[in-house]
Design a protein around this ligand. Structure first.
Ligand code: AMP
Ligand code: ZN
Length: 456
């Protein structure tokens, strides 16, 4: 079986073949650390963590996810709060790793920080200037997009059309509106480093080009990030790296996750609907959030609402409910592989909805089976798949009595719905709700005073 991945550059799903047999390099654009990560930022972290897990089954993977710790937004946060830049970046690097850890995201193999790679950036910029791809103007160094014939290839933009349609105010030091900054001057109070072009700081795009080269080499297998990074960030990375490396390919596969909206609205500070992972994990188990993020295919848009979380919680109730009370012999647990259908779905461009459907079909089979050994085998398969996906690793009893347990309000709302269904003589629906409650470890009893419930 071949792994298939959707490559943004080719615009289609293609067979995955790493540059070197047996080894894979992957780079994911990481956070800019001036604030807590929101649930949209968590999507690439979780999705590409799963891809890393899937790749590691077959290859020796080196996965780099950078930290952007020099950026104008960080400088602005420092001025606004009066706190030193390092205090801000250290705090939010730790918060990012803690929050993503709560969502079951494994640490990448390398987590390069931009400020530790300024020399690499300066070297790359100097090469671009020497080879005529960049020019120096008023303390800035700019990439000359007209020098790279393929500019616009990744985002399918035509440079001539872009120029004609440009509404951006052109800075006086730029030759053309789309030339982008590789290096810019810093005033004394801003972070800056000595360079051949004076004291200054790097542009954002060059950071990733320099860090991926340093840790993964000139040509990397997979470059990933959110869809919004295709243009200009990845287009610019592609141009810089290719030109700095005499035309050698930069990334063999470009992967982009779709955007997450909240109640069908774009998340934005001005609308006040920014949902921080840091806040959400105070009331919702990380496992529920992880599964909610993986419930849609990664390239599709994902709309986030209370229902997204509820449905992920119900899925976990069903899966934990199926494996609950089944003692799996240690040897069987150890020797059980991830079911082939689950692996096949994940290796098909990370088709998580299909992989989850396979998991539910195993759970149904388990619930129907009367044979203890078969039940044990199915439970072991479900847990092996859960281990790969990053869910189902808690003790089912803890799930039902502890943090994963259904809240009384949720139970009562379901009981109301069941009573309404019974009143409408929709007994199928009423039974379905009873089963759903039972799967969450809640038994109900109808009596003269109404319906009572208890945790079984
Ligand atoms: P930033 O810190 O803004 O550079 O974003 C970090 C990562 O989160 C990038 O890969 C973005 O593409 C991604 N991202 C930001 N907002 C969203 C969103 N609403 N949905 C999905 N991904 C997002
Ligand atoms: Zn990047």
């Amino acid at each position: 079986m071949t792994i298939y991945l959707h490559d943004t550059l080719q615009g289609e799903k293609i067979p995955f073949e790493p540059l070197q047999p047996g080894r894979v390099t992957m780079y994911l654009c990481g956070p800019t650390v001036y604030n807590y990560a929101h649930i949209g930022n968590a999507r690439p972290a979780v999705v590409f963590d799963l891809l890393a897990r899937v790749l590691r089954r077959r290859y020796k993977l080196t996965f780099a996810r950078n930290i952007t710790d020099v950026d104008d937004k960080i400088n602005a946060a420092s001025i606004e709060t009066g706190k030193p830049i390092e205090a801000i970046t250290e705090r939010f690097i730790k918060a990012y790793n803690d929050d993503m850890g709560a969502l079951g995201v494994n640490a990448p193999d390398v987590e390069p920080r931009a400020t530790h790679h300024i020399d690499d950036m300066i070297r790359m910029i100097a090469t671009l200037v020497e080879n005529g791809y960049a020019y120096v103007a008023e303390g800035h160094v700019l990439f000359d997009v007209s020098a790279y014939g393929d500019y616009g290839k990744l985002s399918r933009r035509n440079l001539r059309e872009m120029i004609a349609g440009a509404r951006v105010e052109v800075a006086p030091y730029k030759r053309a509106a789309h030339d982008f900054v590789l290096w810019k001057p810093s005033t004394p109070e801003l972070p800056g480093w000595e360079s051949p072009w004076g004291r200054g700081r790097p542009g954002w795009h060059i950071e990733c080009s320099a860090m991926s080269k340093k840790h993964l080499g000139r040509t990397i297998d997979i470059h990933a990030g959110g869809q919004d990074l295709v243009f200009p960030h990845h287009e610019n990375e592609l141009a810089q790296s290719t030109c700095a490396h005499d035309g050698e390919p930069f990334a063999r596969y470009w992967l982009h996750n779709g955007f997450l909206s909240i109640n069908d609205t774009k998340m934005s500070k001005s609308l006040g609907n920014v949902l921080l992972v840091h806040d959400l994990i105070k009331s919702v188990p990380g496992e529920v959030i992880r599964l909610a993020l993986l419930s849609a295919h990664y390239r599709q848009p994902l709309d986030w609402s209370d229902e997204t979380l509820e449905s992920a919680r119900r899925m976990l109730d069903r899966l934990y409910g199926a494996v609950r009370a089944i003692e799996i012999p240690k040897e069987l647990r150890r020797s059980t592989q991830v079911p082939g259908d689950v692996v096949a779905a994940l290796e098909d461009d990370l088709n998580t909805p299909k992989a989850l459907a396979e998991l539910f079909s195993l759970a149904r089979e388990l619930n129907r089976s009367e044979d203890l050994l078969q039940k044990q085998k199915l439970a072991a398969s479900i847990l092996a798949a859960g281990d790969l996906i990053g869910i189902l690793q808690n003790d089912p009893e803890e799930w039902f009595s502890g943090e994963g347990a259904m809240l009384p309000e949720e139970i009562e709302s379901l009981i109301d719905k069941r009573n309404a269904a019974r009143a409408a003589r929709d007994f199928g629906r009423a039974d379905q709700i009873r089963d759903q409650l039972a799967a969450s470890g809640i038994s109900i009893e109808d009596g003269p005073d109404g319906t009572r419930w208890r945790r079984s």
